[in-house]
Design a protein around this ligand. Structure first.
Ligand SMILES: N[C@@H](CCC(=O)N[C@@H](CS)C(=O)NCC(=O)O)C(=O)O
Length: 431
């Protein structure tokens, strides 16, 4: 029996961190024996902090293979697999902020049961019945055009951290582009792998190292903003460079700020995507579109039981049918005027056939089988600025590589490669 202290970072569902003997041995070599860390798949910020040497290895630049959980034993300072394939649990353990500290334990295994109560990843957000239940965002401050406010709208002061993969972040980026805020609000894309980690160089086209805080991961930004944050480390993050804190991590509110508060500096200030006379209509559309479509695809994809999946998929297709019907009579969701509701719908539609149809089992009907919805998606994509908020390679890489339990080998399907810049028929409603 080897006495050791083991600190286990919890894994979300299915583990993809470095359980291979060699890589695990590498972990071991970089730290004292009494603290071996396993880090769940979206917590690579920890990995980088704790094992700086590892970030230099090629291993971290590629998605680690998925290995089923197995008992391991520390032998002469090296971890070796003792019980491959078993779904184990460690008998003695104390949970501290999502970490399980196990003392005097010769073998250990990671299971979901070590997760803290607070959701740390979308895959933790489950009800007892196996349905996906998204938790609300935490940073909810507002930028205001009022110069005396805590977060006044100022050119160059705010930075948007995004991932092209993320539909919520993409809708914020779409607003930056549509409103002509590129010069006023800077943005960076974090890399696609391992939770949200910034690449160390520009090796990932489209993703960059953090230019402001030198953060290695989105998690570090949350830790800079709040020393006691216990939630998910999500994108988008709207960062205040002056106060060095997060203003908001809620995209639905960030897009509202971008729509109205920066109009003194926005190049396209006249574009109002949430005009007061349409707000009730937009709110009503947002509600069912969010619940059944934007979040609905996630409910299909993350369901862990047949019942919640069946329910989500039925609601999803009812809502898509409803959109199809609406769009057979008018150019946009709330009439013949482009609104926020369209941008919010678009970010899901553009991912539908490429990702959700396969990955989230939304295959009852493809988007391209809906003539109006499909042409509408092309129409939206072709609005000046919109296509630059879409990076399909990143989208596919993010989804297909993010949830080992959904796609254990991380294979990215080749198709269908739809050209959304091809002609559409939406001009029939006028512009
Ligand atoms: N309510 C948030 C949701 C953002 C969100 O869920 N982002 C995902 C990416 S699409 C994320 O960063 N997830 C990290 C995780 O689940 O650990 C918003 O709309 O801004």
């Amino acid at each position: 029996m080897v006495a050791l202290h083991v600190v286990l970072g919890f894994v979300s569902d299915g583990m993809r961190l470095t359980t291979q003997g060699s890589r695990f041995a590498a972990l071991n070599d970089t730290m004292p024996i009494d603290a071996v860390h396993l880090i769940r798949d979206t917590d690579y910020g920890w990995l980088i902090k704790l094992f700086p040497a590892l970030t230099k290895t090629a291993d971290l630049n590629h998605r680690p293979p998925v290995v089923s959980l197995a008992a391991r034993e520390l032998v002469n300072g090296h971890v070796s697999r003792t019980n491959p394939g078993r779904r184990p649990r460690c008998s003695s353990g104390e949970s501290v902020g999502g970490l399980c500290i196990i003392s005097s334990c010769s073998r250990f295994i990671v299971t979901r049961s070590f997760s803290s109560k607070m959701a740390r990843s979308a895959l933790d957000e489950m009800t007892e019945s196996g349905a996906f239940n998204r938790t609300p965002s935490t940073f909810r401050d507002f930028i205001s055009k009022d110069k005396t406010s805590q977060f006044p709208a100022e050119s160059g002061r705010y930075h948007l951290y995004i991932s092209y993969g993320c539909p919520w972040a993409s809708r914020c980026l779409a607003f930056v582009k549509l409103k002509g805020l590129d010069k006023a609000i800077s943005y960076t894309e974090s890399d696609e792998h391992f939770g949200w980690v910034f690449p160390s160089s520009t090796e990932e086209p489209g993703a960059e190292p953090d230019p402001l805080n030198g953060a290695k991961s989105i998690r570090e930004l949350y830790e800079l903003a709040s020393s006691n944050y216990v939630g998910k480390y999500t994108v988008p993050v709207l960062w205040d460079k002056k106060l060095k804190t997060i203003v908001s991590n809620e995209s639905a509110e960030i897009i509202r700020m971008f729509n109205t508060e920066f109009n003194d500096i926005a190049e396209n200030a006249d574009l109002d995507l949430y005009p007061s006379h349409m707000q009730a209509l937009i709110d009503e559309a947002n509600e069912w579109i969010y619940d059944r479509i934007n979040n609905g695809v996630y409910k299909c994809g993350f369901a862990k039981k047949q019942g919640p999946y069946d329910e989500a998929v039925e609601k999803l297709y009812d809502a898509l049918d409803k959109c199809e019907e609406i769009l057979s009579k008018q150019r946009y969701i709330c009439g013949n005027t482009l609104t926020e509701a369209d941008v919010r719908l678009f970010v899901t539609l553009i991912r539908f056939d490429e990702v959700y149809a396969v990955y989230f089992k939304c295959n009852k009907k493809l988007l391209r089988e809906y003539p109006n919805l499909f042409n509408y998606t092309k129409d939206m994509y072709q609005i000046p600025g919109m296509s630059s908020s879409v990076n399909m390679a990143h989208i596919k890489k993010h989804y297909y590589g993010s949830h080992p339990s959904l796609n254990p080998f991380g294979i990215i399907p080749v198709g269908p490669g739809i050209d959304y810049s091809s002609p559409h028929d939406r001009e029939r409603f006028g512009s």
